[in-house]
Ligand binder design. Structure first.
Ligand SMILES: [Zn+2]
Length: 174
């Protein structure tokens, strides 16, 4: 469900005179509050290569997409640059530093959490590392470097991540 749909009462005046607008906002007919939900949340992903050109993939330990493969990354925090956000997420998820960050591509995605759909805009970077990844939280079941030909696009958790990997694999083949 869309974020606006969970509101039945105005969060300011608590009256049930909520109007849902086409742009994804809600409007209170009582106190005139307009609350917007139309912006996508920025998130990051990283295609991290080791010195053999293998790609770091991680198996998800939590829903959404539990048991499927993902790239490291996640939601950006307020005030962060995309580069800072992706470095922080990689460190939090698999405990490694990444280098030589280059912006690669973006894709729109829907992140469903507790039955609420959060639209995201995922920014993908390519980076390198010399370190060995180790899962640092429950979100990551395990993390491995796979050769490009070992990457199974059917087992990727999110459409945006599948697009990034598809584009990258096509690019290194040509
Ligand atoms: Zn109100």
């Amino acid at each position: 469900m869309e974020r606006a749909e969970i509101f039945h009462y105005c969060p300011r005046c608590r009256i049930d005179k909520i109007q849902k607008n086409n742009d994804g906002s809600i409007h209170c007919l009582q106190c005139n509050l307009t609350l917007f939900f139309n912006a996508a949340s920025p998130a990051t992903a990283a295609i991290i290569l080791n010195k053999e050109g293998k790609i770091l993939l991680q198996k998800r330990g939590l829903n959404p997409g539990k048991g499927k493969w993902d790239l490291p990354g996640g939601f950006m925090l307020s005030g962060e640059t995309a580069e800072e956000g992706v470095k922080r997420e990689v460190k939090e998820e698999v405990g490694i530093e990444i280098y030589d960050l280059v912006y690669f591509s973006s894709a729109a995605n829907i992140y469903a959490y507790q039955e609420i759909d959060y639209p995201t805009i995922d920014l993908c970077f390519i980076a390198t590392t010399k370190e060995i990844p180790k899962p640092q939280d429950q979100e990551v079941w395990h993390a491995v470097f796979l050769a490009p030909e070992e990457v199974d696009l059917q087992k990727i958790a999110f459409p945006s991540v599948r697009l990034f990997l598809e584009k990258y694999l096509k690019q290194i083949k040509s």
